[in-house]
Design a protein around this ligand. Structure first.
Ligand SMILES: [Zn+2]
Length: 71
């Protein structure tokens, strides 16, 4: 097992894992992307926000299917 040394910048606990939450990424007050926020499991500070790769792929497949249907 890996020995982790990375610390949360807020509570300074060493993180063995992070928690993930689904979060919407908005542009001009409308949902633009599905995102994922990565949280410190100790103090729940957001460490990072990224695009959700699984939702992004699903959205892309749905958009492609809709465009193919239109012809
Ligand atoms: Zn923390």
């Amino acid at each position: 097992m890996a020995v982790n040394t990375g610390k949360c910048p807020k509570c300074e606990q060493i993180l063995q894992h992070v928690d993930v939450e689904a979060i919407e990424i908005h542009k001009d007050l409308k949902r633009a992307f599905h995102g994922a926020s990565f949280l410190c499991p100790h103090c729940h500070s957001i460490l990072s926000v990224e695009l959700d790769p699984i939702a992004l792929t699903a959205d892309m497949a749905k958009t492609m299917a809709e465009r193919l249907k239109k012809g």
